[in-house]
Design a binder for this molecule. Sequence first.
Ligand code: UDP
Ligand code: MG
Length: 321
Amino acid sequence: MERMSIVVPCYNEQDTVSLFYAEMNRVAEQGGGVALPELELIFVDDGSSDQTAEIIRNLSKKDPRVRLLSFSRNFGKEAAIYAGLKAATGAYVATMDVDLQDPPDLLPAMYETLRTGAYDCVATRRVTRKGEPPIRSFFARAFYRLINRISDTQIVDGARDYRLMTRQMVDAVLSMREYNRFSKGIFSWVGFKTKWLSYENVERAAGETKWSFFKLLLYSLDGITAFSTAPLAIASYVGILSCLAALIMIVVIVVKTLVWGDPVAGYPSLVCIIMMLGGIQLLCIGILGQYLAKTYLETKRRPIYILREFTDPQPQKEADE
Ligand code: UDP
Ligand code: MG
């Protein structure tokens, strides 16, 4: 029989794991009239410091469908998704948050859609950002507008990491072994036919979000450097523009001196111009540095995650290719 794997990244989620497990059981049993295939629940404990791993371990002892992969430290949600996708054995694989912000009730419909063969992936987006601080929504919207303008990889506004994929698409995602993983970009980059489901934002079932505003900001900058080289191009355009401006100024000054003589002045404007150019230069070097730093990390070929514990008899090693 077919199998459906659910990949669930968990970081300090002791309050939500059991709720999530209960919900999944309910959906698997009722399924809204749809018989879901045999489930495989892969919980990836992303180096939690609370009881998360313990709770999952106990679940896996009672329920053979539950598998635990536990990281040696916090490697981040992207690494957890990668580890889970790698461990998944199902013909269909879903990625889902454990906090029930990704409604499990959508799963049967998603599965039905994929089974027709018309699509390779069903992805979800939230159409509202209810319950989120307005300032965060504002910056999130600005980020999506920016990255869609400067990157060839289109990223849907409000896209969540909640999606169901076919094995073929999962293998494609796994073939991207980059160290800086920006999932939203990766899922879009591999292509395939994706159907988008929209739903209203659901608030966390329990516990707290792991994303501070600052973390989100850094994450969005990561996304930009991972999927666009436009900032590098912009840096060179700015350079060309300031050269042009300088040329025009030279001509103006020469003409002025020839026509009206040379009353030496302009010290304040000189200082302003030097400061301005210095700033532009540092900014451009900084942009260059961002890309260099990413390249540096990629070339080290460090593993994306390190396992400390797993419930499988034979876990896949991360660096087994
Ligand atoms: N998560 C993770 N590692 C991290 C941060 C978060 O695995 O370093 C997991 C977390 O346990 C949850 C999901 O990623 O299942 C989404 O996190 P959260 O709900 O905090 O983010 P939000 O929904 O607020 O964007
Ligand atoms: Mg959440």
